[in-house]
Write a protein that binds this ligand. Structure first.
Ligand SMILES: [Zn+2]
Ligand SMILES: [Zn+2]
Ligand SMILES: [Zn+2]
Length: 397
């Protein structure tokens, strides 16, 4: 996925280059010139090759410069303005319509979170992680937009085939809010004929609601709703960062565990696990293939704190990607969130059964500390570092 979070479809996706040549097979002519139709273009997935950001190319000069400064300079109030500006600049291309992210601290003098990462909404592929695969992506021929009552829409058929009993139509309602949490979501893609305002295009348009990165009383930095209420089902952001193979992530996890902080998340969803079980009949041996690491690169979602009573959830979303092992981790509100309220999700997955959740946590090679989420059903321990070694992020229903 690479260009995962492309906010709007590129207006010129077919620029020929050495590795991306438009293949057209039209035999029609008009006035002696060849005539190409959308059907000609769609007939070859090679015309839709996606850009692939490589982890080795993550820009780092700015954060390196800041981190070389002494502590006094790093704590100057102006540092906040610089980080806010960097966030705006880094997302101007892929989230041009997103409300700017502001940084607030009502508790102490720290101007902004430690600037140890590159702010980005993209996925940066590490070695061994395949680029986005369009060969199995099918576009629907709907125009001007997909109709949830139109059974011939191939995107609707795909959504139903993966989650039929849960989602009789598209995952989103007409306002772009997620209707059904915890099912894989297949959005319309670059090969679809529908316009950008099709209801089945949400994550690809980026964040629409205002959020703030803010200091909390006793949980470090966190994420808060902006001045407007965020409604249940609203898309917040993708958990962006480096996309690693499981082997590389395991090595990194060992290091992160030593200093008590990690931003690793397995791409581990119940439907991936179940699919493998059906194939091989061996659930225990299933391992997620890829892991997102938001330590060196990421967006505001890397600051989301854990809650035992979360108001946001992770969902798997596919856009221009047919590799089922490489979903985007898309975060949606799962409750109405009042203006200024903290946004949290469960680090231990989307378990509704807290006992099962607690059991999985205990089994893990994780670092715990007293949970400060304050929820009535709080289990009292928070996994500060977890996930990687035991696949805790199993989004089982
Ligand atoms: Zn359609
Ligand atoms: Zn559509
Ligand atoms: Zn479509």
């Amino acid at each position: 996925m690479i260009h995962v979070h492309s906010p709007s479809r590129s207006p010129t996706p077919f620029v020929p280059s050495t590795d991306h040549r438009l293949v057209l097979t039209s035999s029609k002519t008009l006035g002696g010139n060849p005539v190409f139709t959308w059907q000609d273009v769609v007939s070859d997935p090679a015309n839709f090759k996606q850009p692939c950001k490589l982890a080795k190319n993550i820009p780092h000069s700015l954060q390196d410069y800041i981190n070389r400064m002494d502590a006094w300079h790093r704590s100057l109030p102006g540092m906040r303005t610089v980080l806010e500006a960097a966030i705006g600049e880094n997302t101007a291309e892929d989230e041009p319509n997103a409300p700017p992210i502001s940084i607030v601290n009502n508790f102490d003098d720290e101007p902004c979170p430690p600037w140890e990462f590159y702010y980005t909404n993209f996925m940066w592929h590490d070695e061994g992680v395949p680029p986005p695969d369009m060969t199995g992506v099918k576009g629907c021929g709907c125009y001007p937009r997909c109709d949830p009552r139109n059974g011939s829409c191939s995107c609707l058929q795909k959504q139903r085939s993966w989650s039929g009993e849960f989602t009789p139509d598209f995952a989103y309602d007409s306002r772009g809010r997620l209707k059904y949490q915890n099912v894989p979501i297949f959005e319309c893609n670059d090969m679809c004929g529908c316009d950008d305002d099709c209801r089945n295009r949400v994550v690809q348009h980026g964040r629409k609601c205002a959020v703030q990165i803010g200091k909390t009383k006793n949980k470090g930095w966190g994420v808060f709703a902006g001045p407007k209420k965020i409604y249940d089902g609203t898309f917040l952001g993708i958990y962006s960062g480096e996309l690693l193979t499981e082997e590389v992530a395991e090595e990194r996890g060992k290091k992160y565990n030593k200093f008590g902080r990690t931003y690793l998340f397995n791409l581990d969803f119940y439907f991936l696990r179940e699919g493998k079980e059906k194939e091989e009949g061996k659930e225990e041996e299933w391992e997620p293939k890829y892991v997102v690491d938001a330590y060196h690169a990421g967006n505001f979602t890397r600051f989301l704190n854990h809650s035992c009573s979360p108001n946001a959830r992770l969902n798997a979303v596919y856009i221009n990607e047919s590799n089922i092992d490489k979903p985007l981790l898309a975060i949606f509100a799962c409750k109405d969130i009042e203006p200024g309220a903290e946004i949290c999700f469960s680090y231990s997955g989307n378990y509704d059964d807290l006992e099962e959740q607690a059991e999985r946590v205990v089994k893990g090679d994780a670092i715990y500390e007293r949970c400060m989420c304050g929820a009535k059903n709080c289990t009292g321990t928070s996994i500060i570092v977890c996930i990687l070694l035991v696949g805790l992020l199993n989004m089982a229903l």
